[in-house]
Design a binder for this molecule. Structure first.
Ligand code: BGC
Length: 919
C-alpha cells in the first residue's frame, strides 16, 4: 500500500508560497508519488493551511482509519521525525482532504516541510515523501517596498477615447556582498508585469498577477530566486503593461469602465546570506524607468506594437547605462489589500502548429491554426531593419478568404512588429491576448511559411482532471469544442469571450457552467478567488453586480446573473469539498438575498430581472434575441423561481454551518414563494407554467416547486414542446439550458436529452460543430446572426451539458462532497453503445468505462482509495450481475443494496471492478 500526495500544501489569503513546482521522488516502494507545490486558496484561515493526500493501493476497499501529519521547519528535521511546527499525533479519522494545520502559529516567510502517514483497514502505510510550503508576507509591516511608477504619459502615448500607452521598463542594480543562501522575490506589478534578475525572466507565468478590483485587493506573486541572485553585482528589472489596471478605453464610457490609473509596482527582494545576515531590495524612487522602449503600446483589446529597433540590449543586466532613463517615482497605492495570489497564474499551456497558410489577395496571408484559441502568435521573421509585420486576428473567414472581423466590435486586435534587421528574429507579444483561429499577416518580408509561426495558447495553469468519450461522434466533437471554449476563457477569472471589445467576467455565464467545467479542469482555486472578487464587488446595501471584478459597472439587480455567487460556492463545496468558501461567503450571500427581498420582492414575486432567458433560438436567422413572445419566458417567473432555488442552496449551506435559525427563516419564505409562484404562474388545467416554454416548466420541475401530483403532466408539456413544437430541438436560452439535460434524463427521457446532444441540425451544439465551430458559440444561430453580439467562443449556452456528460453518460457523480462517495449511474440510452470517463477527484482517480452490446452491459470502474461508490448496473436482478466473471453477490467487498427500477445497485469500496449485467 502506498500513500500518494495529491494537493498538498495550502496557504491562504495572507500567506503565500513559493510558486515553483517540484517533483519529489517517492520514498515509498512503488514510486508514483507526486508532490506538487501548488497555490491553493482553499485553506482560508490565514493561520491554517490545509492538507490533502490520496490513499492508493492494490487491495480493494481501502479505508483510512487514522493519519499522522508531521510538519517541520527543515527537511532534515522532518526526515529525523522532529516535527517542530506540528505533530498531529495519530488521529483516528477517515478524513484525507482539507485537514487544517493546527500547529505552532506560522509566521511570515516560514518554510515548512511536511509528510503524512496513514493507517488503513488494510494495513499501515509508510510516511509519504516530504513536501514543502512557504508562508508569504502576512502582515502589512512585512512590506518595506513602496508603490513605484510614473503617473504620466509620454509624447508617443495618446489619451483619447481609446488610449494607447507604452510599456514601462524599470531597473535597479544592487550589490549582494556575501554568499547567498536564499533569495525570495515578492512582486505585484499592475496591471501586468515581467520580472527579470540579471537578464533572466523569473517564472513562466504570463499576464500576471491575477486581475482583481485593485482598489479592494491586489495580488502578489512569490518566487524563489535563490539561483538568480549572485554574490557581487546584480540587476533587477521589470516591465509593466496595462492589463486591466490602466484601461485603454479611457474616455469611452466612463460610467462603464473601471480605470485604476497608470501602471505601478510593489517589489521586494529578500536575500539571506550564508552567514545569516539579510538584505532587502525594494521598489522605490531609487529605480530608473523609461517608457521609450520596444513595447510602444499594449492592450488586451487592441494589440501590442513592438519596435525591435527600440530595444536596449542588456537593460535588465548589470552595467547598462541608464543615465538617460528617468527617475522612478513613489506613487499612490492602488488602495486594495495586498494579498498572496492563491489561484494559478496564466501560462503558455499549449503550442499549436498552423494547419495552413494561404494568400487570398496579393501580399495578404491568412494563417489557420485549425482551432479557435486564446493566446497569441509567436513568429520567426528575417528582414530589414524598420520593416513592419502586421498581424490581425479573427475567429473565422469571409467567403473571400479574408478575416471576418465584424463581430469584434471596436477591438483592434492588431499586433505590429518592427524588425531590427539582425538575422532571424523571434517574437511574441507579452501584454495582450487574442481570441482567434485565423491570423492575417501583412508586411512580412518574403513569403511567410506556416513553419514560421506557432499559436501559443494562454490560460490559467490548471490541471486537466477529466476525460470523456462516447460512441457518438457529435458528442465527442462538442465535448472537444467545450474543452477549448472553457480553457480559452480562463483568464485569472472566467471571462465571457476572448476576442471582442468585451472579455468581461459575466456571472450568468457560469451559473451552471462552473460546475460542468469542474469535471474537466481543477478550477477550484480560480473559482474560490472569483468568489472573493464577487464579494468585493458587493455594494454596502447588498447588491451583487452582473460582472465581477466590476471592470464594468453593471448593478442591475436581477437574480439569475448575481445568483452565480451562490452556485459557484455550491460547486466548490460539492466538487472539491471547499467548506471554507461557503463559510466565508455565507453572510454576504445572505445579505444579497435580503437586499433583493426587501427591494424587489412584492407579494413573494421577485419583480426584477435583467436578461430573461438570454439567447433563446430566435425566430429569424439574423436576430440576436427572439421577438416572438411565444419563445420568451416571463422574466419575473425566471427571477422568482431562481430566487426560490437560491434559498434551497442557502438552506444547504445553513445546514452545513449549523445555522438552524436561518433554516427556519428560509423554509418559511420558500413556502410563501412556492404557493404564490404556483398561484401566479401555474395553469392547473393545462399543467403548464407561464406561456409553456420549456424554460418556464423546467425551472419549477428542477426546483421541486410543482404542486403535488402535477409533475408528470408538466414534464409531458416539456416533452411535447421539444418533440412536437420544436421537432426534437432545443428552444431554451442560457437559463433553461442549465437544467434541461439532467431533468429530461431524471424523468426517464434520456433519449430526448441524447437527441438534443447529438442533433446536427439547427438549433443544436452539433449544428455549431457542423458549421465549423471549434468552440461554442454565443448564439444558437451564430453563423447567421447580427455580428453585434455574436462571439464564436462563449461557453454560456453549454448549460448543464458537461455535467450531463460526466454524471449521466459517464456515470461519475459526487454523492458526497469531493467524491468521498461516488454515485455511478450511467443512463442507458438507445443508440449510445459506450462511454468512457475519468475524473481525478481530490480523493483520487474515478473511472467508468461501459459498453453495451444488445442486452449485455459490461463496465470497468475504478473507485479511489478511502471512498466508496454506489454502482447502478442495468440488470433484471442482482443474480444477473457478475464481477470479473463471478456472481457479484458472492464477491467479497461487493455489496448488493437494492433493486431500483431496471438497475441492481451495489456498494463497493476502492479498487478496480469489472461488472457485467443482463437486462
Ligand atoms: C455577454 C454575455 C453576458 C450578457 C449579459 C453579453 O454581452 O457577452 O456573456 O452574460 O452580455 O448581458
Amino acid at each position: 500500500m502506498n500513500v500518494r500526495f495529491l494537493t498538498m500544501l495550502v496557504i491562504v489569503t495572507s500567506l503565500s508560497l513559493i510558486a515553483f513546482r517540484g517533483k519529489v521522488v517517492s520514498t515509498i516502494q512503488t514510486g508514483n508519488l507526486r508532490t506538487e507545490l501548488l497555490v491553493n486558496p482553499i485553506g482560508i484561515d490565514a493561520s491554517a493551511p490545509r492538507f490533502s493526500w490520496e490513499v492508493t493501493g492494490e487491495q480493494r476497499g481501502i479505508v483510512q482509519q487514522a493519519y499522522q501529519i508531521l510538519v517541520a521547519s527543515s527537511a532534515a528535521d522532518l526526515a529525523a521525525g522532529k516535527a517542530d511546527l506540528w505533530n498531529s499525533g495519530k488521529v483516528n479519522s477517515d478524513r484525507s482532504i482539507h485537514v487544517p494545520y493546527a500547529g505552532n502559529p506560522l509566521q511570515s516567510r516560514t518554510e515548512a516541510y511536511w509528510k503524512v502517514k496513514v493507517w488503513t483497514n488494510k494495513g499501515e502505510g509508510a510516511y509519504s515523501s516530504p513536501a514543502k510550503f512557504t508562508v508569504g508576507l502576512m502582515n502589512e509591516n512585512d512590506w518595506q517596498a513602496k508603490w513605484t511608477g510614473l503617473d504620466k504619459y509620454f509624447p508617443w502615448d495618446t489619451i483619447t477615447k481609446m488610449s494607447r500607452l507604452s510599456a514601462r521598463y524599470f531597473r535597479k542594480e544592487f550589490a549582494a556582498p556575501k554568499e547567498v543562501k536564499k533569495a525570495t522575490a515578492y512582486i505585484s506589478g499592475l496591471g501586468i508585469y515581467e520580472l527579470y534578475i540579471n537578464g533572466n525572466k523569473i517564472g513562466d507565468q504570463v499576464l500576471a498577477p491575477g486581475p482583481t478590483d485593485y482598489s479592494k485587493t491586489v495580488k502578489y506573486n512569490t518566487f524563489d530566486v535563490t539561483n538568480h541572485v549572485k554574490q557581487g553585482k546584480n540587476a533587477i528589472a521589470t516591465t509593466l503593461g496595462n492589463g486591466r489596471f490602466y484601461t485603454m478605453r479611457q474616455q469611452y464610457k466612463p460610467h462603464k469602465w473601471h480605470n485604476f490609473g497608470y501602471p505601478k509596482m510593489l517589489l521586494q527582494l529578500e536575500v539571506e546570506y550564508k552567514d545569516g545576515s539579510k538584505q532587502t531590495v525594494v521598489s522605490d524612487d531609487t529605480w530608473k524607468v523609461t517608457a521609450d522602449g520596444p513595447i510602444r503600446t499594449n492592450n488586451e483589446y487592441d494589440g501590442e506594437e513592438y519596435d525591435a529597433t527600440k530595444e536596449f540590449p542588456g537593460w535588465n543586466k548589470v552595467g547598462f547605462n541608464d543615465s538617460k532613463w528617468l527617475k522612478a517615482e513613489l506613487v499612490e497605492a492602488p488602495g486594495g489589500n495586498v494579498e498572496a495570489q492563491m489561484n494559478e497564474n496564466m501560462k503558455v499551456m499549449q503550442i499549436l502548429k498552423p494547419v495552413s497558410i494561404k494568400e487570398p489577395s496579393k501580399g495578404v496571408y491568412i494563417l489557420d491554426l485549425g482551432q479557435n484559441i486564446a493566446g497569441w502568435i509567436k513568429m520567426n521573421v528575417k528582414g530589414k531593419r524598420g520593416q513592419k509585420v502586421k498581424l490581425r486576428f479573427a475567429e473565422s473567414l469571409k467567403p473571400d478568404g479574408q478575416l471576418y472581423m465584424d463581430n469584434l466590435r471596436d477591438a483592434l486586435v492588431t499586433d505590429i512588429y518592427t524588425l531590427k534587421g539582425e538575422g532571424v528574429e523571434t517574437w511574441a507579444p507579452r501584454f495582450v491576448y487574442h481570441g482567434f483561429r485565423y491570423v492575417e499577416i501583412t508586411g512580412y518580408p518574403g513569403k511567410p511559411k506556416a513553419e514560421d509561426f506557432v499559436g501559443e495558447v494562454v490560460y490559467d495553469d490548471m490541471k486537466t482532471i477529466g476525460s470523456f468519450e462516447t460512441s457518438d461522434r457529435t458528442i465527442n466533437q462538442v465535448y472537444k469544442n467545450a474543452y477549448w471554449g472553457i480553457l480559452d476563457n480562463y483568464k485569472g477569472m472566467p471571462v465571457d469571450c476572448p476576442q471582442r471589445d468585451e472579455r468581461q467576467p459575466w456571472l450568468g455565464d457560469r451559473f451552471m457552467g462552473a460546475y460542468g467545467e469542474s469535471f474537466i479542469f481543477d478550477n477550484s482555486k480560480m473559482y474560490a478567488k472569483w468568489l472573493d472578487d464577487i464579494q468585493e464587488s458587493q455594494t454596502p446595501e447588498g447588491s451583487i453586480p452582473d460582472v465581477a471584478p466590476n471592470f464594468w459597472f453593471y448593478y442591475k439587480d436581477g437574480v439569475t446573473w448575481p445568483g452565480t455567487y451562490l452556485k459557484v460556492a455550491e460547486m466548490v463545496y460539492n466538487q472539491f469539498g471547499d467548506v471554507e468558501s461557503v463559510r466565508k461567503h455565507y453572510s454576504p450571500m445572505k445579505k444579497w438575498l435580503n437586499y433583493m427581498q426587501d427591494k424587489y420582492m412584492k407579494n413573494y414575486i421577485v419583480t426584477k430581472d435583467s436578461y430573461g432567458d438570454w439567447c433563446v433560438p430566435p425566430e429569424a436567422p439574423h436576430l440576436i434575441h427572439a421577438k416572438d413572445s411565444s419563445r420568451i419566458t416571463d422574466p419575473k417567473l425566471l427571477s422568482t423561481a431562481t430566487y426560490y432555488h437560491m434559498l434551497q442552496v442557502m438552506k444547504k449551506f445553513a445546514n452545513l454551518l449549523g445555522k438552524q435559525e436561518d433554516i427556519k427563516e428560509y423554509d418559511a419564505l420558500m413556502a410563501n414563494i412556492k404557493s404564490t409562484f404556483n398561484k401566479t404562474y401555474f395553469d392547473s388545467e393545462k399543467k403548464q407554467y407561464g406561456n409553456n416554454t420549456v424554460t418556464a416548466n423546467i425551472l419549477p420541475l428542477a426546483f421541486n416547486m410543482i404542486p403535488e401530483g402535477a409533475s408528470d403532466a408538466v414534464f409531458k408539456n416539456i416533452v411535447d414542446k421539444i418533440m412536437v413544437d420544436n421537432n426534437g430541438h432545443i428552444s431554451t436560452g442560457v437559463i433553461g439550458t442549465q437544467w434541461l439535460m439532467r431533468w429530461l434524463t431524471y424523468n426517464g427521457r434520456g433519449d430526448i436529452a441524447y437527441k438534443l446532444a447529438s442533433n446536427r441540425t439547427y438549433p443544436s451544439w452539433g449544428y455549431m460543430a457542423g458549421n465549423g465551430a471549434t468552440t461554442i458559440w454565443e448564439l444558437w444561430n451564430g453563423n447567421t446572426a447580427n455580428p453585434r453580439m455574436n462571439s464564436q467562443n462563449h461557453v454560456m449556452l453549454l448549460g448543464d451539458l458537461i455535467v450531463w456528460y460526466y454524471e449521466n453518460l459517464g456515470g461519475i457523480k459526487a454523492a458526497e462532497p469531493a467524491f468521498k462517495k461516488v454515485e455511478m449511474k450511467p443512463a442507458m440510452i438507445d443508440g449510445l453503445s459506450y462511454a468512457k470517463a475519468s475524473y481525478h477527484s481530490l480523493h483520487g482517480m474515478v473511472k467508468s468505462d461501459w459498453k453495451k452490446n444488445g442486452k449485455t452491459f459490461t463496465w470497468n470502474i475504478t473507485v479511489p482509495g478511502n471512498t466508496t461508490a454506489e454502482v447502478y448496473i442495468p440488470a433484471a436482478s442482482a443474480e444477473q450481475v457478475t464481477e470479473n466473471g463471478k456472481k457479484a453477490t458472492a464477491v467479497e467487498g461487493v455489496k448488493f443494496l437494492r433493486m431500483e427500477g431496471d438497475r441492481a445497485v451495489f456498494e463497493v469500496g476502492s479498487g478496480q471492478y469489472q461488472f457485467a449485467g443482463k437486462q
